[in-house]
Design a protein. Structure first.
Length: 257
């Protein structure tokens, strides 16, 4: 009776392994499955690109102003490009990991869990059986890391998206097309209409860009890192199991504990 039960469990494990590889993996790696997550990442990428273009335009326009009183601010705008590259790199990494993690989880971790479970069944090792279950939990949790981090980022991003759009619009004001005026004259005229000094305006604009970058760094870099750290902490607790060589000796005929 016991041998039939073991055979049944082995067949179930083989079935789960095959379904995970042939059925679940294609779904988990399909872009349509993660359409909302990818759409949110694309939206943040578009915002970063707009901010980068706005910062470049602002730097170019400010550098054309007479005197050198705004030159340091123009250089600060130019240096913002480094931060935009960092944020973009993080966003693209998240975008690629969405499908890669699905492949790792359901074409790698779940089949591995089934194999370990089968070995644990033959070796009559409770530790290996538990380890197999933990690999399943690990695979499912791994699949949820990116969507959870993106969803958390989305909540914060949506609260500041209007501020980011206003910052981009302010930078775009520097590129108003007017064939009857030079770039410098157009910029000076726009500043006068804004009822402020040139230094005050460009300093305020720089501050808004820095605030926008801070928001993007938090949503695109820090939150995913915190989610991953929390995930690692849970996995450390989950995988706190000791599998000794004695558990594997049960697989070898004639060996006894």
């Amino acid at each position: 009776m016991k041998i039939y039960k073991s055979i049944t469990i082995i067949l179930l494990l083989i079935l789960v392994l095959l379904i995970s590889i042939t059925k679940i993996t294609p779904v988990a790696t399909d872009l349509d499955t993660h359409s909302h997550t990818i759409a949110q990442i694309d939206e943040e990428i578009a915002s970063v690109m707009k901010l980068a273009a706005g910062a470049t335009a602002a730097s170019a326009a400010i550098s054309l102003l007479p005197d050198d009183q705004c030159t340091p601010i123009s250089e600060q705008f130019a240096e913002l490009g480094t931060y935009f590259v960092v944020v973009l790199s993080a966003l693209y990494l998240e975008k690629y990991l969405v499908t890669i993690i699905g492949y790792v989880s359901f074409c790698g971790m779940i089949p591995l869990a089934c194999i370990i479970g089968g070995i644990g069944l033959f070796a009559q090792s409770q530790k290996l059986k538990i380890l197999s279950l933990k690999f399943v939990i690990f695979a499912i949790s791994l699949e949820c890391v990116i969507p959870i981090s993106v969803k958390t980022s989305e909540i914060i991003y949506n609260n500041y998206s209007q501020t980011i759009d206003q910052t981009v619009d302010s930078a775009n004001e520097l590129s108003i097309v007017d064939e009857d005026q030079t770039t410098v004259e157009r910029f000076m005229s726009w500043i006068e209409n804004a009822a402020g000094t040139i230094v005050e305006y460009v300093t305020g604009l720089l501050s808004r860009f820095i605030e926008a970058i801070a928001v993007m760094i938090v949503t695109s870099c820090l939150i995913p890192i915190l989610v991953i750290i929390f995930f690692i902490f849970l996995m450390k607790i989950l995988f706190n199991v000791d599998v000794s060589t004695s558990d594997l000796r049960r697989l070898i005929p004639g060996k006894h504990i």
